[in-house]
Design a protein around this ligand. Structure first.
Ligand code: GAP
Length: 547
């Protein structure tokens, strides 16, 4: 059934809108990127010089959207919790950090080159490029199944290509001065772990969050802002006790089999797998809150043979982008790998002192301690680890010392922005008052991330009283949220401009406003208009913006 909505002129238009149509109209990347360019969301970097592959700029609406996405993440992850502290570290750090983290030796993609057309590409993406092509070229070497997807030419043997951007620090261009632009924000969190612990009045379990630029010299940046060479990440390293410490402290470890309540307050006796699942659920809640419905993304639990050697579990949250289902963000249980690596490479112990743990251990007699060690040794040996190391680890636990383990929810700002744009974009076919088809392009952003929260329209420009009221309202509101002022064209055209920007509310000041102070608020998705006072509008707006 068509929905009804009041139109600006006071009559009614019919909206022929159904879920099926919304599905059909889901953005193609071309239509979306055209709108994003036209309305000032996203531009090619350095466009007047022909652009730079893998680099994108955000225009007036794009940078507002980006700020809102980041602010929402910070509110949800840091300020809204008592157990997470923030960090803002440098992009260039000591190169030894990247040796310790493994990025210097292993952060590489397999690169191949076509011997004929000289195009470079990632060997592991060639199948995807074949799949995307309507007409794939025939191999120039008959019978070959590994050939250039662009011209059919012969490809070179794939070689690892390190993705870190190199730079020189200081005036002397010497290998000893080589440094790297960070390929992830996470490592600075590990490198500053002890400082934050000492200055934040936090104790394990607690998290450190950081957001900011990361750089990867991607061989083939693809799919608009999905895979870029310069992008932003929002990462949380949430430090937890090793399960053995939880066991010692509480006499048990809560696992998923115990069916813990992941929606209630966090619990001190949770083991790593509960913490991991808890953060998967938190991330899904966040994605819902900023406008991605649960049914639009899937959890992909990496299989044991897909996991990095130090990881105990890793979940990718995948979204159905117009170019296929792809990773939006990941939540990894990384054991104590990172802090242990930095301890080894820096020589600075990364252990914490956990007094409740030491007090719990004091209560054990020698027999109980020996039984505890034997149990941990059996578990470690079954996981291919060393029995002597297990004993040393247990004796440190008895002293209240351990290297914390970590759960890492890691998200890309730009990738989330792309998902939000894809999710928000819709072309609706409406009927105008004469019954003619009229296409409305609208971005259904959640008010929490919408670049502009409200637009103010005086109905009649020549009416001084209306103009004054509208201008005063605009000045009052702009001190609170991002609002736009628009006096040009018919009200219907002004609505459409704001629909394309994703503005949730349009406020029209008319003759009645001057008499009684109420104005019409037109809601973007339903197009319904309601008369409200300023106070009523503020209450409604703040309720929609709150997390
Ligand atoms: N610290 C863990 C880490 O960096 P990752 O899976 O390599 O893990 C995390 O990256 C997130 O960062 C990804 O899920 C994605 O959202 C974003 N990301 C990674 N590479 C990106 C790129 N080249 N362009 C845009 N976003 C990227």
């Amino acid at each position: 059934m068509p929905a009804k909505a009041a139109c600006a002129g006071g009559g009614e238009i019919m909206i022929y809108y159904s879920p099926v149509m919304a599905e059909e109209n889901k953005s193609s990347l071309d239509a979306l990127s055209a709108l994003a360019k036209r309305r000032g969301f996203i531009y090619h970097s350095s466009e007047i010089y022909g652009g730079m592959p893998g680099f994108w700029d955000y225009g007036p609406l794009g940078c507002e959207l980006k700020q809102n996405v980041k602010a929402a993440w910070w509110q949800f992850t840091v300020r809204g919790r008592e157990d997470v502290a923030g960090l803002d570290a440098t992009i260039i750090m000591h190169p030894k950090i990247w040796k310790a983290s493994g990025h210097l030796d292993t952060f590489a993609d397999p690169m191949t080159m076509c011997k004929d057309c000289k195009k470079l590409m990632r060997a592991d993406q060639i199948k995807d490029i074949y799949a995307e092509q309507r007409k794939k070229p025939q191999p120039k070497v008959p019978g070959s199944d590994f050939f250039c997807p662009h011209c059919g030419g012969e490809l070179t043997e794939p070689k690892p290509f390190n993705l870190m951007f190199k730079t020189i620090v200081g005036p002397i261009d010497d290998p000893s001065n080589v440094a790297y632009l960070r390929p992830e924000t996470a490592q600075a969190i590990f490198a500053q772990f002890l400082n934050v612990l000492a200055t934040s009045r936090q104790a394990v379990p607690f998290g450190i969050a950081q957001m900011g630029k990361s750089f990867r010299n991607e061989v083939t940046p693809r799919n608009y802002i999905f895979r870029s060479r310069e992008f932003e990440q929002m990462e949380l390293e949430f430090f937890i006790r090793p399960d053995e410490a939880v066991e010692l402290l509480h006499g048990h470890v809560v696992t998923l089999a115990d069916n813990p309540d992941l929606n209630g307050p966090v619990q001190d006796d949770w083991g790593w797998e509960v913490w991991h699942k808890y953060w998967v659920e938190q991330r899904k809640k966040f994605l819902n809150a900023v406008g991605l419905p649960t049914e639009r993304f899937v959890e992909y639990w990496q299989k044991p043979d897909e996991l990095a050697h130090y990881a105990r579990a890793c979940v990718d949250i995948e979204y159905d982008f117009p170019f296929g289902r792809q990773e939006l963000e990941g939540i990894a249980a990384r054991s104590d790998f990172d802090l242990t690596q930095h301890q080894k490479h820096s020589g600075v112990p990364q252990t914490v002192f956990d007094d409740p743990l030491k007090q719990a251990a004091k209560k054990l007699d020698d027999a109980a301690k020996a039984a505890f060690i034997a149990k941990v040794q059996a578990d470690w040996v079954a996981r291919g680890k060393d029995a002597l190391a297990a004993e040393k680890f247990c004796r440190d636990l008895f002293d209240g010392k351990y290297v914390p383990h970590v759960i890492e929810p890691s998200a890309g700002v730009d990738r989330l922005m792309l998902a939000l744009l894809c999710e928000a974009y819709e072309e609706q076919t409406l009927k105008d008052e004469k019954g003619k088809d009229d296409v409305r392009t609208v971005l259904h952003f959640s008010p929490k991330v919408a670049p502009v929260k409200a637009a103010i329209f005086p109905l009649i420009k020549k009416d001084e009283a209306q103009m004054k009221f509208a201008r005063d309202l605009f000045e009052k509101l702009r001190r609170k949220v991002n609002v736009q002022w628009d006096v040009s064209g018919a009200i219907g055209r002004r609505y459409r401009r704001q629909d394309e920007a994703g503005t949730p509310w349009c406020i029209t000041v008319d003759a009645q406003t001057v008499e009684d102070g109420t104005f019409t608020v037109r809601e973007r998705d339903s197009m319904a208009q309601t008369r409200m006072t300023y106070e009523q509008f503020l209450a409604m707006m703040y309720a929609a913006l709150e997390f």
